[in-house]
Each structure stands twice: as C-alpha cells, then as structure tokens.
Design a binder for this molecule. Sequence first.
Ligand code: HEC
Length: 107
Amino acid sequence: MAKATLIKIVFITASITFAHGSHASGNIDSGKTKAIACQVCHGEGGKSKNPLYPVLAGQHAKYIVKQLKAFKAGTRKDPIMNGMAAPLTDSDMEDVAAFFESNGNPQ
Ligand code: HEC
C-alpha cells in the first residue's frame, strides 16, 4: 500500500475514533479504543517493531501527554505526529497515554 494512502486511512480512522470525544481522564479502556489508529504505526499495544516508529508501550503517561501537547502546539515538529495530535483533546491524550503506559495490557 502506498504510504500516502496509508496515512489517509489513518487520518480517516483517527477522525472517526476521536469524533465522540471523551469524559473520563486517563481512562485505560477508552484509551484502548482511541489508540486504535495510533497502533497502525506504533504497533499493537505500542510495542513497535519498526525502528521508524517509537515504542510507546510502558512509557510514562506524563511524558506521552507532554509530547502530544507539543506536537499539537507545533513546538515539536513531525509531519505525521503534528497531524495525529491535532484532533486530540486533553482527555483523549490522557486516555491514550494511560493505555500505552499500561503496556497495552489493560487490567
Ligand atoms: C502514520 C504513523 C503514525 C501514527 C498513526 C501515529 N504516530 Fe506517533 N509517531 C510517529 C512517528 C514517525 C514518530 C516519531 C516522530 C519524531 O521523530 O519526532 C511518532 C512519535 C510519537 C510520540 C513521541 C514518542 C517519544 O518517544 O518521544 C508519541 C507520544 C506518539 N507518537 C503518540 C502517538 C499517538 C497517541 C498516536 C495516535 C493518536 C500516534 N502517535 C499515531 C508515527 C505515527
């Protein structure tokens, strides 16, 4: 599949995933659903096997939220992640961060 097509699919999936917003903050279960699009690149549960994409599994949630905010604000620049972070609300970020911190293994 062409990379551009893959990115388009990911954006569409992300828009659908995030369209409904979120209520709980740092909720692993809602993070699991919201992180479906992320795992296309970052691997199942954030356990990326592709060196192009950082491993997120087991990463501290605080760090993940901080990076997502920086991508959204544009202070950290990456053409893919600036787009991925743009539609995320603060609670979306906290939920996906909680999911990845849990190592992709919700209790
Ligand atoms: C199309 C591929 C792709 C998708 C989809 C994607 N990412 Fe990324 N992500 C990347 C790449 C590439 C980087 C490395 C950017 C860099 O070099 O600065 C990255 C970096 C990150 C980082 C920084 C990691 C670190 O160690 O500093 C976080 C956090 C992150 N992504 C979270 C997410 C989340 C959450 C989602 C879903 C909303 C997501 N990503 C979706 C490709 C992707």
